[in-house]
Design a protein around this ligand. Structure first.
Ligand code: PLP
Length: 426
């Protein structure tokens, strides 16, 4: 679900014709819909309202401070994985008592800043990290003001791409369930850091509710064993991973996930934390890009556009699928991978970077396009701009946020000066 629609043959974001934005800011450009962000955030809050869940938006999926501000205004907490993300939240004055911090490689500086900021939970991933956190907490605060959740690895297969699978035993994240008990034996009564929660995050783009049911069931058994030993467990953070609809598989809705998960937690006396990223942001963004050249090399037809893997690395990185379509189109397309338009040509849509992996879509059936036409690359809100780079010395694209019939630039296009600004003078 999103608010990008074709009206009278032209693509709109909410009530703004996308061509108006490309006319003003050029291409390529990231365009976000505020209504879509709010819609998906609020569906999750509503679906999990019975558990009064703290919904911590995963900052890494879309980190622009204007988007963070919008979600903070809706009441969101935040899930961070670095000091840089903490800095972004400090810039918008986010409520730190609703911030959780995960990641296997937190540095001393990052931990110190987060302790001083007074975040809700450190999601701790190893014994050494806990000892380090305890040492720094003792140095910086009074006993009992720092709280930690142990990230466990419940060894379930979420059946997603191996690069975005994080809850299998061989993954670097968290500790396995047996080690978790020993972890509490050693650190569960630490006087500097209160360890009273369990965290899990089993992967991203999880298209079924079953892996959650398996992972939570295993984790609840662990919590029971820990409680039997006298440890107090107050919160369960089930991480992120809710899928978004990219036009290929049909993603479960927030209500579907809640229907599978909430019955497991009833009467367990656990506060619930969620860390959704992709389901909120994926469909809230598009990239508008211009056709530079059409190249027919006999077997293959290439549409070369001004966006590239530096703007969107998901296709190259993990075969991510994005529906791509001309911004002027009558009839309006069905935005599904298997949609065959009346008049179609099979093409690869590629960027201009010197890498063969630089493609946005392969073997796509789209209407014939010409040099200068505008294309929309849909569902690029999540892990889109967030994973951009300046590879090939390409300045990053701007970001625009649309709200109803108005829009504003929330990040300007980078300049050549931006490219070399941190380099010292020769
Ligand atoms: C990336 C990440 C998330 C968000 O994952 P989505 O698939 O975008 O929902 C949540 N929690 C942690 C710890 C993460 O690393």
């Amino acid at each position: 679900m999103d608010y990008f629609t074709y009206k009278h043959g032209r693509l709109f974001c909410e009530d703004v014709p996308v061509e108006q934005i490309t006319g003003e800011f050029g291409t390529p450009v990231y365009i976000y819909s505020a209504a879509t962000l709010r819609y998906h955030y609020n569906r999750i809050v509503e679906a999990f309202s019975e558990a009064d869940a703290m919904v911590c938006f995963s900052v890494k999926s879309l980190s622009n401070i204007h988007v963070l501000q919008l979600l903070a205004d809706e009441g969101a907490g935040f899930d961070i994985v670095s000091g840089g993300e903490l800095y972004r939240l400090q810039k918008i004055g986010a409520d730190m008592s609703r911030v959780v911090f995960a990641g296997v490689g937190k540095t001393d500086d990052e931990i110190k800043s987060a302790i001083s900021a007074g975040i809700a939970y450190f999601n701790v991933e190893s014994e050494q990290e806990f000892e380090n956190l305890s040492r720094l907490a003792k140095e910086l605060t009074s006993p009992g003001s720092v709280r930690a959740a142990l990230r466990v690895n419940p060894d379930v297969d979420p059946k997603t791409h191996k690069y975005i699978t994080t809850g299998k035993r061989e993954s670097k994240f968290g500790v396995d369930l047996e080690r978790a008990e020993k972890f509490f034996d050693t650190y569960g009564r630490n006087s500097n850091v209160i360890l009273d929660a369990i965290h899990l995050h089993i992967g991203s783009s999880i298209f079924s509710t079953e892996p959650y049911v398996q992972a939570i069931t295993k984790t609840l058994d662990l919590i029971e064993r820990l409680r039997a030993k006298g440890f107090e467990i107050n919160f369960l953070d089930i991480g992120g991973g809710f899928a978004a609809d990219y036009g290929q598989d049909v993603a479960p809705t927030a209500a579907d996930y809640a229907a599978a998960i909430l019955p497991l937690l009833r009467g367990k006396g656990l506060g619930l934390i969620l860390e959704p990223g992709r389901q909120i942001t994926a469909n809230a963004g598009i990239i508008a890009t211009k056709v530079l050249y059409v190249k027919d090399s006999g077997d293959k037809k290439f549409i070369i556009v001004d966006a590239a893997m530096t703007d969107l690395v998901r296709p190259a990185f993990y075969g991510g699928y994005h529906f791509i379509w001309p911004m002027v189109s009558d009839p309006a397309p069905q935005r599904r991978a298997d949609y065959v338009p009346p008049e179609a040509v099979k093409v690869d849509v590629v960027g201009g970077v010197c890498e063969s992996a630089d493609f946005l879509g392969v073997d796509r059936l789209i209407p014939p396009v010409r040099r200068g036409d505008l294309l929309a690359v849909f569902s690029t809100g999540a892990y889109g701009f967030a994973q951009t780079s300046q590879f090939n010395s390409r300045p990053r694209s701007p970001e625009v946020l649309v709200e109803g019939d108005s829009y504003r630039l929330i990040r300007r296009r980078e300049t050549y000066d931006d490219l070399i600004a941190p380099e010292l003078e020769v």
